[in-house]
Write a new protein. Structure first.
Lengths: 454, 454
């Protein structure tokens, strides 16, 4: 069944005029920041409460029409394309912070609250929400994709920072998972089942998050090396010493060049680690001293960025690396890859990928959350050059095959979406049947985000 | 169907003579460390490999006979009772460490490896596995119950430390989840679905764990306070300052008295916090200084235990608190409770529980992993006094009701087992249907550990 006049009337009864079928809005909601072709929904609704979401999902379920949850569309694997049309639930008007406990360091927010909005609210109270995928994504989107990013090496990814969820199931039932306790053994861990399920098992409408105090001291440093291998040696040593670094990011020469040009920086063009240290002043100093010693031993250079504005400039540049890379070949599109391997395999994984780039005549600067063994090459591709796209595709497939062969994963943080379903099968040839059984049990009519993940 | 001669022949074909129906062994395998009545299985098998487990599970599945996985029987909620008879899989002969990577700080072990066995192997290499529920449980059992304990405030619980699993499904299929990457977004998080599912969704046979380096410096301290409230104020302040304490344990007067008597200690009889600090020397010193200042401000006393043997004596005594409590009323049985609340609610939760103990004429010393808001009263009950048991039962029910009312959980770490199924329904009235749907999807014939969790 398609979108009927009756269903539109029913949706209107729930959200009033907070829905649209304008071509522009449909197009915007069918397209994330990836290379995936736009797949617009039939209608976009803007609910403001969990109950409104539940009503719409129940109606769509009854009408056999798909529902696609949408935050701000920063996903990178086509996770929000409406493959079979249906209703897009734009959750950005669910932007209220529902409850904050400073004593407990936790907060409950509606799914449409963005990461920056949350931090703007809590930073003045001495708290922060550190999970930082770069983009100013919604908390609901970050929970749904199990986002991580630059600070995961210290503060964990979304699975470690979500205490509980409110979820609308495929038939419109509202389910609350987890709670406010810091830990629980009460039954199956539904919270972490929904986190990372990319809207295919339920629509996340409210999220209870663990918060962190803003550390007493923060310092950052940039360290340039002769080779990627030397940089990764420092990463391994820092990990083995359990040095409490808060960020540990690798950029290769091409990424540094891009950042220098785009953000008017003057970093040495070399494989470079960006570090950030959080903690008590004495601990930060001790940690930074150890890192400096490791870097010097590895033949690298160590430059402090102690002032807040220097740090902020550094991380601003790091976060804009994707756009900086695109600016190097105007008119081209970016295709950010995402593999994650055991750290001992990282240097070789990067070396082989870079060698293969040369062999394949491809351009793809590298950035990586190397403390987690996670790195991204970003292919810069001429959209009119089908051969270049095909070469990138083949290169990516080889890179993933190598990652899987050493116990790694086809995606460290971007998720499966529409783009990596075949790789998921390859990574979890037995697990995929378990995932399909869970999908069939919780969404037997495939109402929720069809064509994604499984 | 019961245990047939044919099934025994089939099992013999798989494990040879590694099975028994001796009454003693059946009895031992039907009883954990809890107050639950023994429920012996019909047969105990001792498989040595995942493949042997898979074969036996497949045979039992075909014969409609239940399978109950068993580690060393240290569970506290009757998680291993054979409610419907069947085959107990004693996994203690699966005691091999299959792979260790020092560079990656990870290890893969068979499910029957115990926590102490693992640490004995890796400690000399500078690594440790810090999750510490007290008992020398198997890693498989700890994964299956989502164990945590004294170090969770710093290193997280099992869900944070398991990277991947090998699991035998209800029909005997072997599934591998997760992997060796530090993070992954590849599909549904099956690892954390099986962790804490208490053997009801699959039999965990191999576990890949994250390891940690042994810290450069370790120090411990005992701090005595006038009141539980003052102690909890220090816990809240330490949490808000994100002080990197590795352990933060509360014992009330009754628990201190028990420990003093049992382990010949001479601790001041007062509400007491045991602290442990891990990290670089400078960081440990700074952290301990901050704690000392907080303790002094709260009117408490602060005593160092710097020497390794003093520390080890302290934690040994803490770990034996359960037996120490039992020794106070010889012939009595212990019933350890387990609720977890937001930290801001902790002092009141404890105060109300202790007031209610007096009203109910019950004796129950308190220990708590207070950094997580998790505490245990341990009722000391005369097994021949049915009225005392009934009063404890009613007291526990009120304590859980109060915990749920403030956003807490009916179990912070002991799990649901057979004992808390009603409370699980009360805590997750909507979630229970989702859990039941998952159970039905993955174990439609209820082959695995029937009568537990859901």
């Amino acid at each position: 069944m398609g979108l009927s006049g009756q269903l539109v009337d029913e949706i209107t009864a729930v959200v009033g005029d907070r829905w649209t079928t304008s071509a522009d809005e449909l197009a915007r909601h069918g397209q994330d920041e990836s290379w995936h072709l736009p797949l617009p929904p039939d209608l976009v609704a803007y609910p403001e409460t969990t109950e409104e979401v539940a009503s719409i999902v129940a109606m769509c379920h009854a009408a056999a029409l798909p529902v696609v949850p949408f935050g701000v569309g920063t996903s990178l694997e086509g996770g929000i394309g409406a493959e079979k049309g249906g209703v897009c639930l734009d959750l950005t008007r669910m932007d209220r912070i529902l409850r904050l406990s400073i004593d407990d360091l936790d907060v409950t927010v509606q799914a449409g609250v963005t990461r920056e909005q949350l931090n703007a609210d809590i930073n003045p109270r001495g708290l922060m929400f550190p999970v930082d995928p770069g983009a100013n994504a919604t908390i609901g989107g970050m929970a749904a994709t199990g986002a991580s990013g630059t600070t995961t090496v210290r503060y964990g990814a979304m699975p470690h920072n979500v205490l509980g969820l409110t979820v609308v199931m495929a038939d419109g039932r509202i389910v609350r998972t987890g709670g406010r306790a810091r830990k629980t053994s009460a039954g199956y861990d539904l919270t972490r089942l929904f986190v990372g399920s990319e809207g295919t098992l339920g629509v996340i409408t409210e999220v209870t998050l663990r918060l962190w105090p803003i550390p007493e001291a923060i310092a950052a440093a940039t360290c340039a090396f002769d080779s990627i291998d030397s940089a990764v040696d420092v990463v391994i040593a820092a990990t083995q010493m359990a040095l409490p670094v808060a960020r540990m990011e690798l950029l290769d020469e091409a990424a540094i060049e891009a950042v220098n040009a785009f953000d008017d920086m003057d970093l040495t063009v070399a494989p470079t680690l960006f570090f950030e240290f959080h903690g008590m002043t004495a601990a930060v100093d001790a940690c930074a001293d150890e890192i400096q010693a490791l870097v010097t031993d590895a033949g690298g250079t160590f430059a402090w960025a102690v002032e807040a504005e220097d740090r902020s400039r550094l991380w601003h540049a790091r976060h804009r690396a994707y756009w900086a890379m695109l600016a190097m070949r105007p008119g081209c599109k970016g295709w950010p890859t995402d593999v994650c391997v055991p750290i001992s395999e990282l240097a070789q994984a990067i070396r082989k990928a870079q060698y293969d780039l040369e062999e394949s005549n491809l351009s793809a600067p590298l950035v990586g959350h190397v403390g987690d063994g996670n790195f991204h090459l970003c292919y810069i591709i001429d959209p009119n050059d089908a051969d270049e796209f095909a070469r990138a595709e083949a290169h990516y497939e080889r890179m993933i095959a190598r990652a899987l062969a050493v116990g790694g994963t086809c995606t460290g943080e971007h998720g499966i979406g529409a783009g990596k379903r075949d790789f998921l099968r390859r990574e979890h040839p037995e697990g995929i049947d378990v995932m399909l059984a869970i999908k069939a049990a919780l969404d037997p009519t495939t109402t929720l985000n069809p064509g994604k993940v499984v």
